[in-house]
Design a protein around this ligand. Structure first.
Ligand SMILES: NC(=O)c1ccc[n+]([C@@H]2O[C@H](COP(=O)([O-])OP(=O)(O)OC[C@H]3O[C@@H](n4cnc5c(N)ncnc54)[C@H](OP(=O)(O)O)[C@@H]3O)[C@@H](O)[C@H]2O)c1
Length: 345
């Protein structure tokens, strides 16, 4: 009996392009029989999937930094999996990989899809699987290169980061602290703000749901904002623009407040603050730095080992939970990097 024989692969496919927040009917649950790996192929069992705000963008038609997911296709997702059958010399049985596994239980990797899956070997001795989807994975890489290469932080500068308790935000703030900056987070709710200050070590956190952001920025950034790492866009970006310093750097990482809009995206009306302050705003896409990921993984893993860096994940169990779990990102229910556990390792 081979591994694949009699095994069913359960999958979640994109059934319709959503208007506003994704609805259950935008997804289709399917199943298909597994194929045994042929020459040069290997079969990966999904352990954990990364649930990302970007997934909402991939569901839309139209031009972006990456092609949309086609209707009827398995939903795109990065994840950690284990090789359970193999005819590939570099990926023997037992290898743990990080790659574009999709929202499904198994993936056969071969010549046709090797490049799109982009499997990378993962060392679970360095850190457990969930950390490879957070600080040592895509969110961590986004934070590291966005802050250091575009933000160019200098000791003593004030760095503000929105989505501060989330995947990217928690890493941005901790790296900024390591670089000697004063760091102020923006997050929704007292529990998240307490975590950001007490456990992540930020200097302050503004609970934008319970205090006008403008007041919080005045109180916690008395000298203004030298670097703003923007994860949310919308009104928060517009308000921070009123407090930037001369030569400020604004990193446009994401705009989650706008992803489910049914009307046009709201851009900043205070953009002339860039002119007055000789400031700049620059967009980033994490994959542009793929060749340098080992550098960032090495640095963050070393900080973790030294006890200077912590991270939090929010793990939901079961492939069937995918549609509801994804929504947690858009209502702020996730507390830390949102992960879907599909199977035990
Ligand atoms: N450019 C890139 O290459 C790249 C790569 C990775 C991620 N990103 C972007 O980075 C951002 C953060 O991603 P992540 O994975 O770290 O997500 P996350 O912060 O772990 O989760 C999303 C958080 O966004 C906040 N949020 C949701 N709706 C909001 C709204 N209307 N206004 C303000 N805040 C809102 C919520 O936090 P609160 O409870 O605090 O409101 C929620 O927990 C996203 O915009 C994502 O698209 C970009």
């Amino acid at each position: 009996m081979t591994v694949a024989q009699g095994t069913t692969n359960h999958q979640v496919r994109l059934a319709a392009r959503p208007t506003g927040l994704p609805k259950p009917s935008d997804w289709q649950f399917t199943e298909e029989a597994l194929a045994e790996p042929g020459a040069g192929e290997f079969l990966v069992k999904t352990l954990m999937l990364s649930l990302d705000p970007a997934m909402r963008g991939w569901m839309n038609e139209g031009k972006s930094y990456i092609a949309p997911v086609g209707l009827g296709e398995v939903m795109r997702a990065g994840g950690i999996g284990k090789v359970i059958a193999s005819q590939h010399p570099d990926f023997p049985v037992g290898t743990i990989v990080n790659g574009g596994l999709g929202v499904q239980e198994y993936l056969l990797v071969g010549r046709d899809n090797f490049k799109t899956v982009g499997p990378q070997r993962v060392d679970l001795n360095l850190a457990p699987a969930q950390k490879w989807l957070n600080p040592l994975g895509m969110p961590g890489m986004t934070a590291y290169f966005g802050l250091l290469d575009v933000g160019l932080p200098k000791p003593g500068e004030t760095v503000v980061v929105s989505g501060a308790a989330g995947a990217v935000g928690q890493t941005v703030g901790q790296i900024a602290k390591i670089k000697g900056c004063r760091v102020v987070g923006i997050a929704g709710g007292a529990a998240k703000c307490e975590f950001v200050v007490r456990e992540l070590g930020f200097d302050a956190c503004i609970d934008y749901k319970h205090q006008p952001l403008k007041d919080g920025l005045k109180e916690h950034c008395p000298k203004g904002v030298d670097i703003y790492f923007d994860n949310v866009g919308g009104e928060i970006l517009d308000t921070v623009l009123t407090r930037i310093t001369r030569g400020a750097r604004i990193i446009i990482c994401g705009a989650i407040s706008q992803y489910n809009n049914t009307t046009a995206i709201k851009g900043p009306s205070n953009y002339l603050s860039l002119l007055v302050n000789r400031a700049r705003m620059e967009g980033i896409v994490v994959f542009d730095n793929a060749a340098r990921f080992p550098e960032a993984i090495g640095a963050i893993a070393a900080w973790m080992k030294e006890g200077r860096f912590v991270s939090r994940e929010d793990i939901v169990d079961g492939l069937a939970e995918f549609p509801d779990a994804l929504l947690k990102l858009f209502n702020g229910e996730n507390f830390g990097k949102l992960i879907l556990r599909v199977a035990e390792g």
